[in-house]
Write a protein that binds this ligand. Sequence first.
Ligand code: GDP
Length: 389
Amino acid sequence: MKLAMIGFGQAGGKILDRFLEYDSTRGTGIIGHAVAVNTAKADLMGLDYVPNENRVLIGQSVVKGHGAGTEPELGERCAREDMEEIQTAIDTMTSSEIDAFLIMAGLGGGTGSGGAPILAEHLQRLYVEPVYGLGILPARDEGGIYNRNAARSFQEFAESVDNLLTFDNDAFKTGGESLGEGYAEINQEIVARFGALFSAGEVEAMGDDVAESVVDASEIINTLGDHGITSIGYASEEVESQSKGLLDRFRGNNDGDGLESSGDATNRITSLVRRATLGKLTLQCEVDSTERALLLVSGPPKALNRKGIDKARKWLEETTGCMEVRAGDYPLPNENRVAAIVVLSGVTDVPRVKEMQRMAIEAEENVEQLRAKSEEDLDDLIEYGDDEE
Ligand code: GDP
C-alpha cells in the first residue's frame, strides 16, 4: 500500500522520519510522499530523512517558530492560517500514485493535537483517496493536561478521518532510560507494526515470490472502512534453519533442505496469530468488540502456508465474533522472521479511552478550581491594604 504520510508536530515528524528510514533500508516502497508540518523550527531542523523542501513551518506570525507548547488551540489556529502552505507541499505529489493519506500526530501536545484533525478535514474535502490518522496517546503519568488534550483531539481526529489507527504510549512505556531513548524504542515498535501492515501487497518488498493469498491495498482499505478506531496486534519469531537430526529422519521429515515440516509452519502461524491478538495491542481493547479484522503473515516463503493462515483466520473469526475477517500472506525472501499482524478495526470497547476522558474531566475541574482559588488569593492580597484601613 502506498501512502502520502504527513507528520504533524514533534512526535508526528519523528515517527515519519523513522518510517522513511524503514522504507529506504527495506525497499518496501510504502511512502509515495512525505511532509512534516510543525510550529517549532528546531523540531523540523532535527529531522534526518524528510526532504528539506517538504518541511513546512506554520504559524510563524503567531508563535514565531517556537512551537505551540501544550495548547491545541494554538496548533489549530496555526494550521488554519497556513493551510495553503501545507497544501503546496502536499501538492508536489501526483495523487494517482498513492492509495491513501496517513496523518501522524501525538495527541497530548499542542501542534499535532490541534492541527492534525484540521488537516484531515481539509484533505477529505480535496481528495478522493481515504484519509487515515495515526494518533499517539500520551502515557498516563504525563499528567492531566496531556490527557485532556488527547481526549479532545482523539474525538475530533476520529470524526475527521476515515479511520483512526491508535497507538498508546502508555502500553509501550519502557522504564529507566531517558525520555528520548524511551521514545526512540517506542517509535521502532510503531514502525515495526504499521510498516509491516502497509508493506502488504507492495511488489518491491516481495521480490519474485508470489504469495499464497495476496492482500493488496484494497483489502486494507476495506478493512479500515470509512469510520472507526483501529488497534493492531503484532508478534514475530525468528525462523531457525537447523540441520536435521536422526529423530527427524526416523519420523520421515526428510525433505532434505534442513528446514522444518509444513506442520511446524502451520503451528507457528497459528500460535503467532494468537500471540498477536491476545498480547499487547497498540490500543488495549476488548477484541470481541471488533467490527472488521485483517490478518497478515509475512516471512520467508518456506515458513508460510495456506493451511496455517486458514486455521488462524477461523480462530480469529471465533475470537472476535466478527464475520468480516480478511487474511493473507506476503513472502519476504530476505527475512529470517515470520511476523503476524492482526488489524482490529472498528473496536468500540476501549477502557483506555474512557479512562482518558475521565482524566480530562478531572484536569478540567482542577484547572477551574485553581483559577478560582488564585483569583480569590489575588483579591485577598490586593484587598489586604483596604482591610487595614
Ligand atoms: P506537538 O509538537 O506540540 O504536537 O507535541 P509533541 O508531539 O511533542 O507531544 C505530544 C505527545 O506526543 C506527548 O505528550 C507524548 O505523549 C508524545 N510524544 C512526543 N514525542 C514522541 C515520540 O518521539 N514518540 C512517541 N511515540 N510519542 C511522542
